[in-house]
Design a protein around this ligand. Structure first.
Ligand code: NDP
Ligand code: MG
Length: 384
């Protein structure tokens, strides 16, 4: 029986690699549904190749184009944000890959949980904003949240067979991004083009900028807290420029388990799809002679303040991680549009974290309100 998969965000970096995984393992997996925001051309190509049961284009201006292109095929075509949620009710879907970027991933994740689907979660912002609610809901509904983020997949893999053994600590590894070791004057003048050139991973634009500012690692620290039920003191970040060790778990006896390999997101995607089994792949194998040294260093929290902010948000809790995330989404876009510089991003995020009203025990509605208020403030600051 092939596992039937819905891929939300099939036209993105993770989505395209997920389709690659299916293409290479067509006897194990079947694409049941794909969705995109506005890249209708690629969505149409993907639909023609994989012949899913349903296709959704979230931006409904492109509905006609998609429908007309697919009208001879037996594929249902829908449009609009609500349809992204509704397709998850399809009884035939076994697993949902959430590969949408940003806060927009939250509603589909909650809906997939309500529908009792197994979830492969790439979208870290969902757990950053509402980790407690999401994990609680998943538990109640008996739904597995299988991490796709490579560090979290690494930890998840290290924990197999360790059910009864508490974690002492985890080490999340980070490449350090393209600006590791740069001085303040260099960083002030960084351009979006330079920030988009990541040394070890090829990813969507938002996460690539997040990697350059170390916000990505900050979001991952919060993501790890919820996935593995950890206290802030149990999570450490270590810069490992070769990106071979994807993360490490340290147990109470001092023993450390690491998961390693050539960086390739297809591996964690495939593991989430095939879990608890491993299936054969021909992805690049590690060659010892190519890596005479694996090195480690401390992150520089003075230059890369976003990582410090994320630890701060994690400790304060409540709606602060939601504020951090919303402000970050706004400033990353502004940086990509050349409206602000590298350090302005951190300044605006920090301002929002101080000014937006704190809520200690936010409900879901509070998160939507916080997200809205934060974006409004961040945009105002941009325009000043
Ligand atoms: P991309 O920007 O490449 O892709 C995002 C996908 O989501 C696209 O298919 C896009 O459609 C769709 N989308 C965007 N906004 C919306 C919306 N509002 N509603 C519905 N669909 C939407 O991102 P990535 O693939 O790089 O990242 C996806 C998620 O995975 C992020 O949360 C990221 O942090 C996480 N992740 C990514 C990794 C990577 O290697 N890329 C590694 C680890 C985690 P369209 O193409 O039409 O715009
Ligand atoms: Mg990661």
């Amino acid at each position: 029986m092939r596992k039937k998969i819905a891929i939300l965000g099939s036209t993105g970096s993770i989505g395209r690699q997920a389709l690659d995984v299916v293409r290479n393992h067509s006897t194990d997996f079947l694409v049941e549904c794909i969705t995109a925001q506005s890249n209708y051309k690629l969505l149409i190509e993907q639909a023609i190749e994989f012949k899913p049961n349903a296709v959704v284009i979230a931006d409904d201006r492109f509905y006609e184009k998609v429908r007309n292109a697919l009208d001879r095929l037996d594929i249902k075509v829908f449009a609009g944000d609500e349809s992204v949620l509704q397709v998850l009710e399809m009884g035939s879907i076994d697993l949902v890959l959430i590969a949408i970027v940003g806060f927009a991933g939250l509603k589909p994740t909650l809906k997939a949980i309500e529908c009792g689907k197994q979830i492969a979660l790439a979208n870290k912002e969902t757990l950053v904003v509402a980790g407690e609610i999401v994990m609680e809901k998943a538990k109640i509904n008996g739904v597995d949240i299988l991490p796709v983020d490579s560090e979290h997949s690494a930890i998840f893999q290290c924990l197999v067979g360790e059910t009864w053994n508490p974690i002492e600590k985890i080490y999340l590894t980070a490449s350090g991004g393209p600006f590791r070791g740069w001085d303040v004057n260099q960083l002030k003048r960084v351009t979006p083009k330079e920030a988009l050139a990541h040394p070890t991973w090829e990813m969507g634009k938002k996460i690539t900028i997040d990697s350059a500012t170390l916000m990505n690692k900050g979001l991952e620290v919060i993501e790890a807290k919820w996935l593995f039920d950890l206290d802030p003191e149990q999570i450490e970040v270590i810069i490992h420029p070769q990106s071979i060790i994807h993360s490490i778990v340290q147990f109470e006896d001092g023993s450390m388990k690491a998961q390693m390999g050539i960086p390739d997101m297809k591996l964690p995607i495939q593991y989430a799809f095939s879990y608890p089994f491993r299936i054969k792949s021909d992805y690049s194998r590690f060659q010892f002679e190519n890596f005479p040294a694996l090195t480690f260093e401390e992150p520089d929290l003075k230059k890369f303040r976003n990582l410090a902010f994320a630890f701060d948000a994690l400790k304060k809790g409540g709606n602060i991680p939601c504020i951090l995330n919303a402000a970050n989404e706004v400033v990353v876009n502004a940086f990509l549009e050349n409206k602000i510089g590298f350090f302005d991003m951190s300044d605006i995020i920090w301002d929002c974290m101080q000014i937006i009203p704190f809520i200690l025990k936010p409900g879901l509605d509070d998160f939507f309100k916080t997200d809205f208020l934060t974006r409004e403030r961040a945009v105002n600051l941009l325009n000043k």
